[in-house]
Design a protein around this ligand. Structure first.
Ligand code: BG6
Length: 491
């Protein structure tokens, strides 16, 4: 038997722009996510191209109010289905539900002087609904989402004034939900700004033609760190029971082989992500990052008071997403490339791949738990793990997603082994996906992650009907075991 503590948070995870829809009703403003569309003409494995947004594209998005191409505007209409969805998830047995707040529902333009009451009401209704079923809300404040107004008038996160606008938004919703929410995550995958600066921080390259764009990215990154620390400070001061997490994309990087050169290369690549959690957990910029800035002549402004703010307001726990791993080599000539979320690396011949080319590596989740524990010795929270697949609906309205059950079973088995043997402190585990939703990187509906199928295609056609997949019943069975889970369940 695996033993799990009573308070372990088994759950599911989502984000506002991928599920909610209702993009322009009840006072919601336009978000950067509303400018992203599925592009069938581009290979979806080339995520950079798919999510490349320039000023021209934004202008098009601004004028095109009708077309269904802008998938995140419609999501899976969780805004109108949330009671039905939460009821089905409660019946599945979840104890935690991770979701994010659409900034534009609360402050439509980011600069508004008063919050939009209908937006506040929606999230209060949602958390009350969760509490009705004793489900713990885990709230991400910014998940690939910000007011488009701030992009067009303030250059988004590059502008230091945006920190205060975010603080206003964040503290408003924190106060509003304070009675119900304990766990807060200021930014989803805070490291992702370097991989997709538009989706993560509203940075449009052609608006910075005079500047070194990499410098723009790192300056914006710094502003997000300051914003996070302000949230830690606010929560600790006003609500001592709240916990605020740093969240990173934890892709494991292995050396391609035992050549020490490749081992060193893999360590260097891992530091690209650890730099972010190092700052948020240890409270200062690591020397290796400062050295890199120096070598690459990247100058970012860090006022003196920022240094103490970061040092004094470190995160309480480390949340992370885990989907995949890659290999690293110094000489990549002739080596096959593989994908892992929005990162790519050298193909690992020991691992299978998903339909979208992400390598499947269950042991990697356990390795991540050990690595993070050894590095920080802090509570951890797996807030995303799952499989994107093109599910088929049968004539009997069923989805036989054995591949998803296999993926989750293998990963959860490793998590439970780690709890049993590795001395980790894990708060919970959330799958990515609850119902299906729009893919973050490709804007496709057909890349499905949920336990509940939503009848909708890549072009916004469908009835939005919800149908339980086989994996729904599998997760329900797992959660039904309570805190003693038979090991045979994973065979
Ligand atoms: C995570 C993101 O990195 O990966 C989610 O936080 C995203 O928003 C998930 O949906 C899966 O990626 P994708 O691109 O397949 O939707």
């Amino acid at each position: 038997m695996y033993k799990v503590q009573d308070e372990f948070l088994w759950g599911v995870a989502t984000s506002a722009s991928q599920i909610e829809g209702a993009w322009n009703i009840d006072g919601k403003g336009m978000s950067i996510a509303d400018c992203l569309r599925y592009r069938p003409e581009i290979d979806v494995k080339n995520y950079k191209k798919v999510n490349e947004v320039d000023t021209k594209e934004i202008q098009q998005a601004l004028t095109d109010k009708e077309s269904k191409n802008w998938a995140k505007r419609y999501g899976v209409d969780f805004y109108h289905h949330y009671k039905e969805d939460i009821a089905q998830l409660a019946e599945m047995g979840i104890k935690a539900f991770r979701f994010s707040i659409a900034w534009t529902r609360i402050f439509p333009n980011g600069v508004d002087t008063t919050p939009n009451q209908k937006g506040l009401d929606f999230y209060l209704g949602l958390v009350k609904e969760l509490k009705k079923y004793h489900i713990e809300p885990i709230v991400t404040l910014s998940h690939y989402d910000m007011p488009l107004h701030l992009v067009l008038n303030y250059d988004a996160w590059y502008d230091r004034r945006v920190i205060n606008m975010y603080e206003m938004f964040a503290t408003t919703i924190i106060d509003h939900l304070s009675e119900y929410v304990k766990f807060w995550i200021p930014f989803n995958e805070i490291d992702s700004i370097v991989r997709h600066p538009f989706a993560s921080a509203g940075l449009v390259k052609d608006r910075f033609e005079e500047r070194n764009f990499e410098e723009v990215i790192y300056q914006s990154m710094h502003h997000q760190f300051i914003a996070s620390s302000l949230i830690v400070k606010y929560c600790h001061k006003h609500y001592p029971d709240m916990q605020v997490g740093s969240m990173i994309t934890k892709t494991t990087v292995y050396p391609y082989n035992s050549d020490p050169q490749n081992v060193l290369q893999s360590l260097k690549q891992m530091r690209e992500v650890y730099a972010f959690s190092d700052i948020q957990i240890r409270g200062s910029y690591p020397e290796y990052l400062l050295k890199r800035f120096e070598q690459q002549q990247i100058h970012i402004e860090i006022p003196h008071e920022d240094i103490s703010l970061l040092a004094e307001n470190t995160a309480d726990f480390i949340a992370f997403s885990y989907y995949s791993s890659v290999c690293a080599a110094v000489d990549t000539d002739g080596l096959k490339v593989s994908l892992a979320n929005t990162t790519s690396g050298v193909y690992n011949r020991f691992l299978p791949q998903t339909e979208w080319g992400w390598q499947i590596d269950p042991l990697g989740i356990r390795i991540s738990l050990i690595e993070l524990t050894d590095r920080y010795n802090k509570p951890l929270f797996i807030v995303e793990n799952g499989l994107g697949a093109a599910d088929e609906l049968t004539e009997e309205n069923q989805v036989h997603d054995k591949y998803r059950i296999d993926y989750l079973s293998q990963h959860i088995n490793q998590v439970l082994c780690s709890l049993e043997e590795d001395g980790i402190n894990l708060l919970g585990y959330c799958t990515w996906g609850a119902t299906d939703m729009i893919s973050a990187s490709t804007n496709q509906m057909s890349k499905r992650y949920g336990f509940i199928y939503v009848d909708l295609d890549d072009f916004g056609n469908g009835s939005f009907r919800r149908l339980k997949k086989d994996s729904y019943f599998w997760y329900q069975k797992l959660l039904g075991f309570g805190n003693e889970i038979p090991k045979e369940f994973f065979l």
